[in-house]
Design a binder for this molecule. Sequence first.
Ligand SMILES: [Zn+2]
Length: 209
Amino acid sequence: MDFFDFHHHKKDRAFGIYNLDCHDPVPDFPYSAGIHPKDIVSGGMEMQLIQLKELASHKLCVAIGECGLDAMAEADKDVQEEIFLKQILLSNETRKPLIIHCVRKYYEVIAFRKKAEQAMVIHGFNKKQGIADDLIRNNFYLSFGKAVLYNLSLQDTLRTVPMNRIFLETDDADVDIGELYQKTAAIKGIPVEKLSEQIRENLAQIQNG
Ligand SMILES: [Zn+2]
């Protein structure tokens, strides 16, 4: 069975969304392109945005991201917010959903929600129940990764997240996407086939804007 991997870094995996490194050639399978807060080049942002627009114009570019806000990144807050907003506007323009990277800036990211016309998916979600609740209330989707296998409080949170807001991803971890589906299906108390079908529906949902 093929399990959709919402955010991954593996060039040999076609069923999922490959996180394109900006130095990579355009692949012949679905990918996302964005400017990660840690990759912001001060003084070079205009150029980065031009490159991103080019990458985002391809049909196989199915999402904008990772982009977002990161309290640990070097670029200062205002610059991060400016670049994030530009990527939200690009998402509106291209009608492609956003894959969000967020470190300790959840409420700031939520404040940007109203600027976006397309879906926003928080990738690698592993935070507390209260943050999950606030994100869900604000129409975010949550993509879970390897932490679901061992983080008990995250498993409790996942149990409460509506089925129509969930994605699963391997990111850069050495973990089997099938194992993540099995674990999540067990946590949700549903057959893995049902989970897989639901995630494909969620995908269709975010691709229709
Ligand atoms: Zn990643």
